[in-house]
Structures are given as structure tokens and as C-alpha cells.
Design a binder for this molecule. Structure first.
Ligand SMILES: NC(=O)c1ccc[n+]([C@@H]2O[C@H](COP(=O)([O-])OP(=O)(O)OC[C@H]3O[C@@H](n4cnc5c(N)ncnc54)[C@H](OP(=O)(O)O)[C@@H]3O)[C@@H](O)[C@H]2O)c1
Length: 395
């Protein structure tokens, strides 16, 4: 089967190689073999690819965990998924790290409880973006205890996680509630459309979408919502400034639920900074200047239960998945970052790229160059991976 593999940690452009691997085979009666059609590129999986040293993982590694495809064959105990069944799911992180098992490959072997059937009305490309993003969205909405009549702010509403959170909240708050979503200007129109598709009945809340780039976000939130503050804020982008200012627009005692601080740089320093920010937000007492609102950070993993719940939501039309970008197999590296262009221009071979990936000075220069390039293209920094950026594996 074809697969992208890597044997060193680092940015995809320096470490990934298109290659051919032996077809995986079933090793237990509870497993099934899925022929993958689509794979979602997730920020979380990118952290594993870029930061987890190879002493802790199988070599070679295949990146990514979320996928959709069709069942090829099953073990004898799997009786409800005949060959040809369209499925989506997520490779558990333990299996992903300990074996050469990743979603950026032509076939995957997983346990039966790692996949669910794709509802008839849903495209495989859409279902592929649901695994981790959908499970995290569900965890956010559950932790926030969103209820009928609530006023909810969703920051990062155009993200792979955020646009699912937004739809779940619209349904939960019902006709008497309201949801305000924050995203960049280029995403406002399709995010607005989610109001219509968010439920099969009309009992959804009203939606207002704010362009975070039109004017400084925090003063705007304080001005527009300072008097009648929100019952819940769900931050699916993890923006620290929004948390620190939330008493201006979030009611006293109400939770600030978040996916965790945004990782600006895929480096150990960036990771440490992120952990430090989380610790400060959770532990720093109010009397010493801590933000006086509970900081609730979710940690989600896809399970059979959550995948089934998400499939049910899609089936009854309560959840639509937005496919932001769909790239072909050959173009995987192009979506990654600036370094890809350098390697292509210089015609660097695999070994040179792996060697470069291990050099700190090269990694830092590439990060800087990538940052400048993204700024020039007016794209957000660190945007190269998103759960609604998908790879089409079989056209
Ligand atoms: N806690 C967990 O269990 C868990 C699980 C998975 C992922 N995560 C984390 O969750 C985050 C989001 O993941 P994702 O898959 O949804 O990523 P994503 O698809 O890239 O979405 C992030 C969104 O944030 C928005 N954004 C970027 N910069 C922003 C800013 N300065 N202010 C406000 N919004 C900004 C972007 O939309 P606009 O440009 O339109 O605003 C983008 O769509 C990542 O940091 C990821 O590591 C956490």
C-alpha cells in the first residue's frame, strides 16, 4: 500500500516521504481492515509528528489518526461491518505511537470499536474530519453544561473543532438561546450558514458571527456584551487574551471552557510555554491577580461511544462538517510549510532532509521563514494543520 512515513521528528516537509509499505493484516478476530479514502490533518497529530522523539515510537511512523474509508475485510468476531461498509474513525493514540499505523496510508487495521458507519447522507470526505475534532467538540459542550436559553460565545468558530461546537451549542440552547461565533473575515459567510443546517427542526438558537479582524476583538466583546454577559464561553482556538479579558463579557462564576492554549510554535519551548499557561490559568489564585473565571480545559479522545453519538448527530442533520481544503495524495507536502518549497528547489534527497530536520538552527530558521511567508499571504501563523484540511487518498 502507499503511505507517507517518517523516521525523524520534525516538520512534514523535512521528514515525510511518500513510500510503499506491505499491506497491513489482521492479527485478531476483533479487528477490521479499512481501505482509506480520506485522512484529516490534525494539529494534535502534528504535535506527535513534530515533537515526540523516536525512542518512544515505532519506526517508520505513519502520521495522522483520523480517517474515513470502506471496510475491506474483518476478523471472525466482527459481524456488523461487512466488506464495503463506509466507516470513519480515529486510530487510538497508543496504537499510532507504538506501531507503524497512521491514517496517511492506503489501508489501516483497527479494532472494531475504533470505527462507526458513515451515515447515508454524509460524504466520506466530511466524515474523515470528525474523529478527534468531533470528540473534542463534544467534550467542550459537555464540560460547559450548555442548556436551553443560554447565551454562548464560541471563539475559533471556523476551526475543525469550533464549527462543530457552534452547531452543538445552537441545538442545545434552543429557540430561546443565542450563540455568538468568532472567526476571521474570510470564514464568516460559511459559518453563518451553519445556523440553517444545524438542526432538522427549527428549535435552534439565533446565531451572530463576528469577524475578529474587523476591529480589536476584546474591546468589541466588552462593548457589545458587557451589559448582558454570556453564560458560557467555549474557546476552540485557545486565545489567552480572550481568557484574561473574559470577566468583561462572561457572567460571574460561569466557566471558560477551552481546548487549551494555542501552540504558536511546534517546539519544546512552545510546548512548555503552553503547559505553563495552562497551569497558570488553572492554579493562579484570584487574589494574586488570576482571572476570576473557572478555566476548564478539556482533554478528549475518540471512543466508540462518542463516534456513535457524532454519527447520530450527522444522521439527523444536526451536525454538518465543513471541508476546508481537499488535497490530493501527491500534494500532501505542498500544504505543509515553507520548507517544502526550499527542499524542492534544492532537490534535497530524503537523507539530507532527515539530517536537516534534526538540526535546531535549521528548524528555527524554517519556523521563522514559515511565519513570514504566512504573514505575507495573510494566513494565520501555524495554520498548516487543521482538522478540516483533508487528504483524498483514493480519487
Ligand atoms: N484539548 C484537546 O483534547 C484537543 C484536541 C484536539 C485539538 N486541540 C487543540 O485545539 C486547537 C484547535 O484545533 P482545530 O483542529 O480546530 O484547529 P483548526 O481547524 O486550525 O482551528 C483553529 C481555528 O482557530 C482560529 N484562529 C486562529 N488564530 C486565531 C486567533 N488569534 N483568534 C481567534 N481565532 C483564531 C482559526 O479560524 P479563523 O482564522 O477563522 O479565526 C482556526 O480555524 C488546536 O490548538 C489543537 O491543538 C485540543
Amino acid at each position: 500500500m502507499r503511505a507517507y512515513t517518517h523516521t525523524a521528528r520534525g516538520p512534514p516537509s523535512l521528514t515525510l516521504n511518500p513510500t510503499t509499505l506491505p499491506n497491513p493484516t489482521l492479527s485478531s478476530p476483533t479487528q477490521l481492515l479499512v481501505r482509506t479514502t480520506h485522512c484529516a490533518l490534525n494539529p494534535g497529530a502534528s504535535i506527535v509528528m513534530q515533537l515526540l522523539p523516536f525512542i518512544f515510537r515505532a519506526r517508520p511512523a505513519v502520521p495522522e489518526m483520523d480517517f474515513a474509508g470502506t471496510v475491506e475485510c474483518t476478523g471472525s468476531s466482527v459481524t456488523d461491518m461487512p466488506p464495503g461498509t463506509p466507516v470513519f474513525g480515529s486510530i487510538p493514540v497508543g496504537q499510532h505511537v507504538r506501531s507503524t499505523s497512521g491514517a496517511l496510508a492506503g489501508s489501516i487495521v483497527v479494532e472494531r470499536d475504533a470505527v462507526v458507519r458513515v451515515p447515508g447522507t454524509v460524504a466520506l470526505s466530511e466524515a474523515a474530519g470528525v474523529g478527534i475534532a468531533g470528540s473534542t467538540a463534544l467534550a467542550c459542550v459537555t464540560a460547559a453544561k450548555v442548556k436551553r436559553g443560554d447565551a454562548v460565545l464560541v471563539n475559533g468558530a471556523a476551526g475543525g473543532i469550533g464549527h462543530l461546537v457552534l452547531q452543538m451549542c445552537l441545538e442545545k440552547v434552543g429557540a430561546s438561546g443565542r450563540v455568538v461565533g468568532v472567526c476571521s473575515g474570510r470564514n464568516t459567510s460559511w459559518v453563518r450558514e451553519l445556523e440553517r443546517g444545524s438542526s432538522t427542526d427549527n428549535a435552534v438558537g439565533s446565531l451572530r458571527v463576528i469577524d475578529r479582524e474587523a476591529e480589536p476583538l476584546v474591546p468589541r466583546l466588552v462593548r457589545d456584551y458587557g451589559a448582558e454577559r454570556f453564560d458560557v464561553v467555549i474557546d476552540a482556538a485557545g486565545i489567552q487574551e480572550v481568557y484574561q479579558s473574559c470577566p468583561g463579557f462572561l457572567k460571574e462564576g460561569k466557566p471558560y471552557v477551552t481546548v487549551g492554549p494555542r501552540l504558536g510554535r511546534y517546539t519544546y519551548a512552545g510546548m512548555l510555554g503552553m503547559l505553563g499557561t495552562t497551569a497558570k490559568n488553572v492554579l493562579w489564585p484570584r487574589i494574586l491577580g488570576g482571572t476570576p473565571r473557572p478555566y476548564v480545559q478539556v482533554a478528549a479522545a475518540a471512543s466508540l461511544e462518542t463516534l456513535e453519538e457524532l454519527a447520530g448527530m450527522m444522521e439527523r442533520g444536526a451536525l454538518r462538517v465543513h471541508v476546508g481544503t481537499l488535497v490530493d495524495w501527491e500534494d500532501v507536502m505542498k500544504v505543509s510549510d515553507f520548507a517544502w518549497w526550499v527542499c524542492t528547489l534544492l532537490n534535497l534527497d530524503r537523507h539530507t532532509r532527515s539530517f536537516l530536520a534534526d538540526m535546531l538552527v535549521v528548524r528555527l530558521s524554517l519556523l521563522l521563514a514559515n511565519r513570514i511567508l504566512l504573514r505575507m499571504r495573510n494566513e494565520r501563523v501555524g495554520s498548516e494543520y487543521s482538522s478540516h484540511r483533508l487528504v483524498r487518498i483514493i480519487s
